[in-house]
Unconditional design. Structure first.
Length: 216
């Protein structure tokens, strides 16, 4: 396992290139997000995605959230965004809002877990955005911890939690921690709040066209 120090807000191109090479080869890279460290794999590399679930102790029945470089990268994983998508993405991305949209047929089953939907977010921290941009595809964005364990906030905690299975850790210093992203399912009518996180419902309501979101 290689530990590579990076500036999480403005990573150097050469370090991004090293991480991209790992992802393109089917490897898993741990990196900080705006909350905790996450496990990144190429969103279109089925074997790597399976390894992410195995590392966390999850099964193929668990969907995998994806991180995007920007709003335009969503077109790689969905062919028909819901009507509310553009307004919400324009207002809250980059930021702590995850949107569930219809998955395109080309999205690996490891991402959707057979649900027909995909959860996507443009994160607030620069590093995962730049990495997805340099790879040219979305990356997985699940937290770097074994299931039911506390999410890791430092590269050292990641290394201790995963003694095997990671090719690289991008050490961007301590992550801030705090509440996770809010997850809003736009495939439901009215939209369904799967998880209320850092972004409160009061901030979302003006962008839902008068619809009152359902909780749970």
């Amino acid at each position: 396992m290689r530990v590579l120090p990076v500036n999480p807000a403005s990573p150097r191109d050469d370090k991004l290139s090293e991480a991209v090479a790992v992802l393109a080869a089917g490897g898993v890279v741990a990196l900080p997000t705006e909350t905790f460290y996450g496990l990144a794999a190429d969103a279109f590399h089925a074997e790597a995605l399976g390894r992410v679930n195995a590392l966390k102790g999850k099964t193929a029945a668990d969907p995998i959230l994806l991180l995007l470089s920007d709003r335009e990268q969503a077109a790689q994983v969905t062919d028909a965004v819901p009507a509310l998508f553009d307004g919400l993405a324009s207002r809250f991305w980059p930021g702590p809002l995850t949107l569930v949209v219809p998955a395109a047929p080309r999205v690996p089953r490891e991402v959707t877990a057979g649900s027909g939907t995909v959860a996507v977010r443009v994160p607030g921290l620069g590093l995962p955005r730049f990495l997805a941009g340099a790879l040219g595809r979305p990356i997985s964005g699940v937290s770097a911890n074994r299931t039911a364990r506390t999410p890791c906030r430092t590269a050292g905690e990641v290394a201790a939690a995963f003694e095997e299975g990671l090719e690289m850790i991008l050490d961007g210093g301590p992550a801030h921690g705090g509440a996770p992203s809010t997850i809003l399912d736009l495939c439901a009518s009215p939209p369904r709040v799967i998880r209320e996180g850092l972004l409160p419902l009061s901030a979302l309501r003006p962008f839902l066209g008068g619809a009152e979101p359902v909780l749970g």
